[in-house]
Ligand binder design. Sequence first.
Ligand code: BG6
Length: 255
Amino acid sequence: SIMREISGIVKMEQQLADKLGIQRAIIVSGNADEAPWVKNELGRATAQWMKSSLHGENIIGVTGGTTMSTVAKMLTPTKPDQEWLFVPARGGIGEDVKNQANTICSQMAENTDSKHRVLYAPDEVSKEMYESMIKDPNFTEVLHLIKSACMVLHGIGDAITMAERRKTSSENVEKLIAANAVGEAFGYYFNETGEIVHKIQTVGLQLADLTAIQHVLAVAGGGSKAKAIAAYMKRAPKSTILITDEGAANQLLKG
Ligand code: BG6
């Protein structure tokens, strides 16, 4: 029956959260690797969670990626007691414009009738560049907003897939392979034990900042991301809520 199926999923969600050592896991049907509608369901579940857990004025930090882009697509106008401000979590890390956090924040703002800010910062930031950027008051204001976020929405990627998508030099891809990098989030690359094996130097949210953020929503599905999710979760704050699909969850529970 439907009820049995539902309670089966609830049990699976509990097992997954326990296994990963995080607050909660939400599992949608299907496998995002096999059917495109599954990503929409990840987006819908994330949008629902946001709508039901936020009250009053909130700053929401967002990373890039195709999964975040479907979250934007599934968002609808906020309730009367909700006032949201979307800010990109980090400088644009080498993605196509449609997958960049700035673009996604503007779509999220449009679909929820909210506001957003733009972070004018490239992927990699040298010390000299940073020194000159912080002279711009708009830039420092956005950085400050990022650090005051009460919710962060982020994707998780397979390490090599992400390195290639960012057009990382073949030399650096080789280094990632040699270091057994399997997962990526926020520009940090992790091996299976959750060690950081490489990091893109950029501005905005750093991994250590996450522990101070009340709501951390990690959204990633598809069996091909199971290793990446497992690796990143070794590092993730315990308060993390993972929104994933059966494709990834089945692999994670087996592994
Ligand atoms: C990127 C984020 O934009 O999207 C990464 O910066 C994340 O941290 C990636 O791993 C996930 O992308 P996708 O398209 O698989 O959702």
